[in-house]
Design a protein around this ligand. Structure first.
Ligand code: MF3
Ligand code: CO
Ligand code: CO
Length: 269
């Protein structure tokens, strides 16, 4: 396992890519309404990245081993879709929840971030799943500092999600990120405190828990990409790209439209 350490201008490159990734989410937010298709959202984001930002959408044609090239520029995961939902003709309707996952490349550096959106009026159950998943990501982030272990991060996320009555998807995890989309280390969203990689200043990785309202088991759709819950329960995910700093962490995927840090994180700091 090779975990790269970023310094100086490399960190500045990651900051820029992270902000740009988050700005794509800011840009697309007003378009996430009943009646839009996921394919239209993809096209809008694609054109914004290429023509306005001068960024490259990292998902487009991304082909990890065992996968056909990903055909679109963003991931759109609706309701019981866990992650890697492929944009297409699917119409968003009132009451849906959707994750939009954006990864941009700027000057070689990657910024990877996702948010949940409620389409019109959603149920209180869906709202709670979105909120608890957001807080679980932030509880994980709050454990990041030099000397902490990756198991501390995963354990905190798992404990909070499971105590809230939900389950944590095991098959997908956060990841190191930099000049590569997915690098070491793997950042599990479950685990045992005091175990795993020891964090060091200059590491950059994502935290991106996928939390299911029902059981944790998943299925892959015939498109070879879209992942759904096996029991068809709702699933939510949020993602930030994080830098380990001397004093703790810096969230790299921030922009003017980033949702606020949860109160429980601010009051603990
Ligand atoms: N952005 C996803 C992640 O958070 C990866 C998407 S890979 C794709 O790691 F090919 F589906 F785009
Ligand atoms: Co990611
Ligand atoms: Co992502």
């Amino acid at each position: 396992m090779t975990v790269t350490i970023k310094t100086g201008s490399e960190i500045e490159g990651m900051r820029i890519a992270g902000r740009l990734g988050s700005e794509v989410l800011d840009y697309i937010t007003p378009f996430v309404k009943p009646g839009v298709t996921t394919g239209e959202l993809d096209k809008l984001c694609h054109d914004y990245m290429i023509n306005v930002q001068g960024t490259i959408p990292a998902p487009l044609n991304y082909a990890p081993p065992g996968h056909a090239p990903y055909p679109k520029s963003i991931c759109t995961s609706v309701n019981n879709q866990v992650c890697h939902g492929v944009p297409g003709d699917k119409l968003l309707k009132n009451g849906d929840i959707v994750n939009l996952d954006i990864t941009v490349i700027k000057d070689g550096w990657h910024g990877d971030t996702s948010r949940m959106f409620a389409v019109g009026d959603v149920t209180v159950q869906a709202k709670r799943l979105i909120q608890i998943t957001y807080e679980s990501m932030w509880i994980g982030i709050s454990h990041v500092k030099p000397g902490a272990r990756l198991g501390d991060v995963g354990h905190a996320i798992q404990q909070f999600a499971e105590n809230s009555g939900y389950s944590v998807v095991r098959e997908f995890c956060g990841h190191g990120i930099g000049l590569n989309f997915h690098e070491d280390p793997q950042v599990l969203h479950y685990g045992k405190a005091g175990t795993g990689l020891r964090l060091e200043t200059g590491m950059t990785f994502t935290i991106e828990p996928m939390i299911n309202a029902g059981r944790r088991d998943i299925r892959q759709m015939p498109d070879g990409w879209t992942i759904t819950t096996k029991d068809r329960s709702l699933s939510a995910q949020w993602e930030h790209t994080i830098l380990v700093t001397d004093t703790g962490y810096e969230v790299l995927t921030v922009s003017v439209g980033s949702p606020a840090t949860p109160d429980r994180i601010l009051s603990a700091a």
